[in-house]
Design a protein around this ligand. Structure first.
Ligand code: CA
Length: 223
């Protein structure tokens, strides 16, 4: 899962990047509204954290423009404390959720998980596929009830496939959702991660569709 954080307060931006990175997300950052708008317009994020008070282009305008252009990506806005009118303006512009500053990082993480889940049509925090279960709140993965330790990249890949169950996900799409923009991306490494996941989770779980991508096998699907 890959996020965009648009926040001009350098200190808060740094804290957000660190906390979200530790929680396993690939994180891109923008420090003003114009850059943020551009990135949200061109890169496929799983969710966006948008501060409303931004230089060059304010957050509400950024959000309005995305929505006008048909971008449906979940957006959580950060508002000033007690500024109820900002919240109203934010929701009217198309925000999905908000947090007033100062906030607890744990609450931000929980709200983002819920947003990402909902946007993928998943109501439960536990994503399951046959013997595989992935707990989005703790980031733990189990196979037949047994803990399977995963690296950050492996978690992002299996998490993305589970959020998009039943769909063939291309290598390009996976690349775009597991790496931050400044990361040296190489879509061949996706194959390496898939190979490692198959070693850990069994060969049959992740199916390859030649020339198209990967898909999680349904529990009742023949091997
Ligand atoms: Ca600000």
């Amino acid at each position: 899962m890959r996020l965009l954080v648009i926040e001009d307060d350098k200190r808060l931006a740094e804290q957000l990047k660190n906390a979200l990175g530790e929680a396993g997300y690939a994180v891109d950052q923008a420090f003003d509204g114009e850059e943020g708008h551009f990135l949200g317009d061109t890169e496929p994020y799983d969710a966006i954290v948008l501060d409303l008070g931004l230089p060059k282009m304010d957050g509400v305008s950024v959000l309005k423009q995305w929505r006008k252009d048909g971008r449906t990506i979940p957006v959580l806005i950060l508002t000033a404390r007690d500024a109820w009118s900002e919240k109203v303006a934010g929701f009217d512009a198309g925000a999905d959720d908000y947090l007033a500053k100062p906030f607890h990082m744990q609450e931000l993480l929980a709200r983002l998980r819920a947003l990402i889940r909902r946007s993928a049509g998943q109501a439960s925090p536990l994503l399951e596929c046959g013997p595989l279960a992935f707990d989005t709140s703790s980031g733990t993965c189990t196979l037949n009830g047994r803990d399977i330790p995963l690296t950050a990249h492996e978690s992002r890949i299996i998490g993305y496939l589970l959020h998009h169950r039943g769909k063939i996900v291309s290598r390009t799409e996976l690349t775009e959702h597991v790496y931050a923009q400044d990361f040296d991306r190489d879509s061949n490494t996706i194959e390496v991660f898939i190979g490692r996941l198959r070693k850990k989770l069994g060969e049959g779980l992740i199916r390859t569709h030649r020339g198209q991508g990967y898909r999680l096998a349904e529990p009742d699907e023949p091997a």
